[in-house]
Structure formats: structure tokens, C-alpha cells
Design a protein around this ligand. Structure first.
Ligand code: PLP
Length: 372
């Protein structure tokens, strides 16, 4: 059996799991408490994780705000900017191929009176930075565009997008959930990015933890937004709630391993994607086509169309040998909005499957396709 649903979630690194355990058993102190050892130990562990995550993202330690994951970070940033800056303008730009945690948040804001532009995409789900620039007005307070697409694996041109937003002096939020650990993400190289979201479980950390990056100015002040959670004022008053110490510790360790292994991971994901691509091509020939056949993409994500075959039925048949998914919470009545935005017909969408690898996937495991 080969697990090829790593864009949905990954297996936690054993080292990350092991480092978490003490914080569930002996070191259960609340990091916001003071003076006694258990509290201090938790606090030290949180700060080590913050440092590890900041290294992975190429940002300052203080710019990392722990959350429960990308869904929360996306909500926090988009709603937080909308509320804090609505007096400056009520226009937000996003794309039609975003994750539902961005799209639904934007739809919510439309109901609250905001004007949201949903940029169309090309056949790989990518937006055109020139069109983005044309859509920016004096009313635009936020651009929210994913770095890499979770269904097709295609990459938006983040260099160009970052430059446009910097030039036009508009906040840029990027949902980087799918690219962390599969691409070099050094925020120093992207001065136009003001906010970023990520989830630990996509890079072999635990579920239910992630972070938001909030850029700080030259005085060390984080870009202000209205908090989503009000309460005890944790995380610099931006994200209240007792920190999930064990999860944050696991995220920190996974970030550290991911950082150390990044070059190997990128190479292995790329090679194994080609290996899988060729295996499928040999096995299925003309009866398949590749929806994500583009050069510049997240390595390790392959979206494949099995012509004339229902994807849900195929996934069920494959399940004893291959764990994969359609790539979205797609039901018979709600086909993938990403593939729809990329121009695929309903029939094409309903015959498409996403295979997503991790750096732990081996060619020997992929050989299961030879036996099918
Ligand atoms: N954004 C993208 C691009 C994703 O792929 C996902 C999860 O699949 C999310 C956001 C939401 O992440 P989480 O469920 O960890 O909050």
C-alpha cells in the first residue's frame, strides 16, 4: 500500500512525535503562568519552536504567531485586515482557485459589504500578475493569493505578485500551506509579502497547529490587524487562548527537520514525481492525461485524469493499494472549484484524481502501480 495523499496530511516525523510527549506528561505547565519551573519550561519550548519556524520561513522570531493551522490563519488575517483597515477601503483581491478557508472568508466579507475581486486563472490555476495590477484600486486593502495550489500543484508567480503589491503599496497575504517543505520559502526574498499562513501537518508535524506570519516594521511593530480571538492576550494580543504546547513543540521539531532536509526533499519529490508520471503513462497510456503537466510547480503533486472513469469509484477500487483523493472536499453535487476555474468540464473534473507524494515516499512503494 502506498500513501499518496500527502497534500491532505503527512505522517508525523518520529522525532517530532517524541519531542512532543514530555509536554503532555511531565511538562504540562501553562506557558503564560509565571515563576515556577513547569511554566518556564513550557515557555522556553514555545520560544525554541518559534525560532525553528522562523528559520524555516526566513523571517524574524517575533513575526511568527502560533495558531491552530492555516484555516485559522487565513480567517484571522483576512478578517483581521478587513476589520482594521475598512476605513481605508473595502476592496479585496483573491483568486477563484483558493482554498475554501480563503474563498468562504471572502464570501463572508462580501455579505458584510466588502467588494471582492476573484481573479480568473489559467488552465493550471495560476493568476496573471499583470491582471492583478490592473485590478488594484485606491480602495484595495488586501491581496490574498495562494503560493501553490493544493489540487494542481501549480505555483503562482510569487516574485511578480510580491513586486506588484510592494509597488502599489497593498498588503499581500499568501496561503503557503502546500509549499512549505517542498520549496524554498525565504520571506527575505519577498518584501511584498505582509502575511503568510501555514499548517504543521503538511510538513510532517502534528495536526491542529500552524502559524501566521505578520511582517514587522523597522521599529519591530507587527502589522496591526484586529484579532480573531479575544481573551487572555497570548501571542502579543493577536491570538488569545492557551497555547497548545505539545503541538507547537511538534511543529518546531518538524520545521527544524524540514529545514535541514529541504534540498533532499525537493530533489526526491521531483524525481519521484517523474517516476510516478512515467509509471502511469506506461501503464495507462492514452486513457489518462495529466492536468498538472506544467514545468514550474510544487514537486510531488500530480493531478491525473482517467478518461471516462468516475473518480470516486476509482478511488474506492484503488483504496486497498493506493491512498489518494480527488484533491478537494468534492461531492457529486459540488465538483472541484479549482479544476472548474482552470477550465475543465464537469466530466473531466469527475474523472480526475490527485496523487501527492512526500519526501518519505519511495520508488519501491510507487511500484505498486505495476501490479494493478
Ligand atoms: N490552504 C490550503 C492551500 C490547504 O491545502 C489547506 C488544507 O488542505 C488549508 C489551507 C487548510 O489547512 P488546515 O486544514 O490545516 O487548517
Amino acid at each position: 500500500m502506498v500513501y499518496l495523499d500527502n497534500s491532505a496530511t503527512t505522517k508525523i516525523y518520529t522525532e517530532a512525535y517524541e519531542e512532543m510527549l514530555p509536554y503532555l506528561l511531565a511538562e504540562y505547565g501553562n506557558p503564560s503562568s509565571k515563576y515556577y519551573e513547569k511554566a518556564n519550561n513550557s515557555k522556553v519550548a514555545i520560544e525554541l519552536s518559534r525560532e525553528r519556524v522562523s528559520k524555516l520561513l526566513g523571517c524574524s522570531i517575533e513575526e511568527v504567531i502560533f495558531t491552530s493551522g492555516s484555516t485559522e490563519s487565513n480567517n484571522m488575517i483576512i478578517k483581521g485586515v478587513a476589520d482594521f483597515y475598512h476605513h481605508k477601503g473595502k476592496h479585496i483581491i483573491t483568486s477563484a482557485a483558493e482554498h475554501p478557508s480563503v474563498l468562504e472568508t471572502c464570501e463572508f466579507l462580501v455579505e458584510k459589504g466588502f467588494d471582492v475581486t476573484f481573479l480568473p486563472t489559467d488552465c493550471f490555476g495560476r493568476i496573471d500578475p499583470v491582471q492583478l495590477e490592473r485590478e488594484i484600486t485606491a480602495e484595495t486593502i488586501l491581496v490574498s493569493l495562494m503560493w501553490g495550489n493544493n489540487e494542481l500543484g501549480s505555483l503562482n508567480d510569487m516574485n511578480a505578485i510580491s513586486e506588484v503589491c510592494k509597488k502599489r503599496n497593498v498588503f499581500l497575504h499568501t496561503d503557503a500551506t502546500q509549499v512549505i517543505g517542498k520549496l524554498e520559502v525565504d520571506l527575505e526574498d519577498y518584501p511584498g509579502i505582509t502575511f503568510l499562513s501555514c499548517s504543521a501537518h503538511k510538513f510532517h508535524g502534528p495536526k491542529g497547529v500552524g502559524c501566521a506570519y505578520l511582517k514587522q516594521d523597522q521599529y519591530g511593530i507587527l502589522t496591526p490587524i484586529t484579532p480573531l480571538f479575544h481573551g487572555g492576550g497570548q501571542e502579543g494580543n493577536i491570538r488569545s487562548g492557551t497555547l497548545a504546547v505539545h503541538n507547537i513543540v511538534g511543529m518546531g521539531k518538524a520545521a527544524s527537520i524540514t529545514n535541514d532536509n529541504l534540498q533532499y526533499a525537493i530533489k526526491s519529490l521531483g524525481e519521484n514525481e517523474i517516476y510516478l508520471h512515467d509509471l502511469l503513462q506506461t501503464k495507462f497510456g492514452e486513457s489518462i492525461s495529466f492536468n498538472s503537466d506544467v514545468k514550474d510547480k510544487i514537486p510531488g503533486i500530480l493531478n491525473v485524469q482517467f478518461k471516462g472513469v468516475n473518480n470516486e469509484l476509482l478511488l474506492k477500487q484503488l483504496a486497498p493499494y493506493v491512498s489518494a483523493s480527488t484533491g478537494s472536499a468534492c461531492s457529486a453535487s459540488k465538483p472541484s472549484h479549482v479544476l472548474a476555474a482552470a477550465g475543465y468540464t464537469i466530466d473531466e473534473i469527475r474523472s480526475s484524481i490527485r496523487f501527492s507524494l512526500s519526501s518519505l515516499t519511495t520508488q519501491k512503494e510507487l511500484d505498486v502501480f505495476k501490479e494493478l
